[in-house]
Design a protein around this ligand. Structure first.
Ligand code: NAP
Length: 246
């Protein structure tokens, strides 16, 4: 279904990003796996994709680095000649109550979770505009819609992702490029693994479907949004949250 397509997935070494990368590769896309610190895990994802007959390449960079994102995009175009799918998934948390949150922790989360997506969209859209086609998916969060105590930096970044998505959708629509966001709820990954059991139980109690989601649930939504069937959908925020926020 995605044969001949080239996809860049940021934060593809672990969790949701690695599952998205595997899903797109299983559908025939050549996938560039971005990672920052987890080299071995990124290599494992690449090996797994290749063992299943897919195509993958690694791209180490910190998405908050503007120049590195520009170079990565130039390398992709030199190597493959086009870029069809961009998934902005890389993200971190640095939680703390607003009153106690350091400026550094606020800035770092914004730099990676929000500005990183601006960087990649800026350079990818240049190529997609030339192609007159492209699909951009940004991973937001239900926290960007509903807010969450202890996550002022993260909620601000994830709400910003929604504004960025809608603006990019409006700017790029006339050239056949769609831009959508996905807002996951609680998903089982390293990011949520460290939560105390009590917090996890309280969170699960707020989810109508009763359990945390899996990275594959988010990957399935990405797979739909990059498909031909989703060609008339742009500027939307798709919740993948078991009904948590509605
Ligand atoms: P995760 O398991 O902690 O994985 C985070 C990924 O982001 C890793 O691959 C990491 O790569 C990468 N990353 C972090 N900083 C980076 C940087 N500066 N440059 C490039 N890559 C970087 O997180 P996850 O749960 O899969 O989350 C993936 C996305 O979904 C995030 O945007 C997150 O905010 C969002 N989300 C998650 C949940 C959830 O419940 N898990 C809910 C809503 C939204 P390295 O390890 O190589 O540095």
């Amino acid at each position: 279904m995605l044969e001949g397509k080239v996809a860049l997935v940021t934060g593809a070494s672990r969790g949701i990003g690695s599952e998205i990368a595997k899903k797109l590769a299983s559908q025939g896309a050549a996938v560039i796996l971005n990672f920052n610190g987890s080299k071995e895990r990124a290599e494992e994802v690449k090996e797994e994709i290749e063992a299943s007959g897919g195509t993958a390449a690694l791209c180490q960079l910190d998405v908050s680095n503007y120049g590195a994102c520009e170079k990565c995009m130039q390398d992709i175009i030199r190597e493959y000649g086009h870029l069809d799918i961009l998934v902005n998934n890389a993200g971190i948390t640095k939680d703390g109550l607003l009153m106690k949150m350091s400026e550094e922790d606020f800035d770092r989360v914004i730099q990676i979770n929000l500005k990183g997506a601006f960087h990649t969209i800026r350079f990818a859209s240049r190529q997609m505009l030339k192609q007159k086609s492209g699909r951009i998916i940004n991973i937001s969060s239900v926290v960007g819609i509903a807010g969450n105590a202890g996550q002022a930096n993260y909620a601000a970044a994830k709400a910003g992702i929604i504004g960025l998505t809608k603006t990019a959708a409006k700017e790029l629509a006339s050239r056949g490029i769609t831009v959508n966001a996905i807002a996951p709820g609680f998903i089982d990954t390293d990011m949520t693994a460290g939560l105390p059991d009590k917090v996890k139980e309280a969170a699960a109690a707020q989810i109508p479907l009763g359990t945390f989601g899996k990275p594959a649930d988010v990957a399935a939504a990405v797979s739909f949004l990059v498909s031909e069937d989703a060609g008339y959908i742009t500027g939307q925020v798709l919740h993948v949250d078991g009904g948590m926020v509605m």
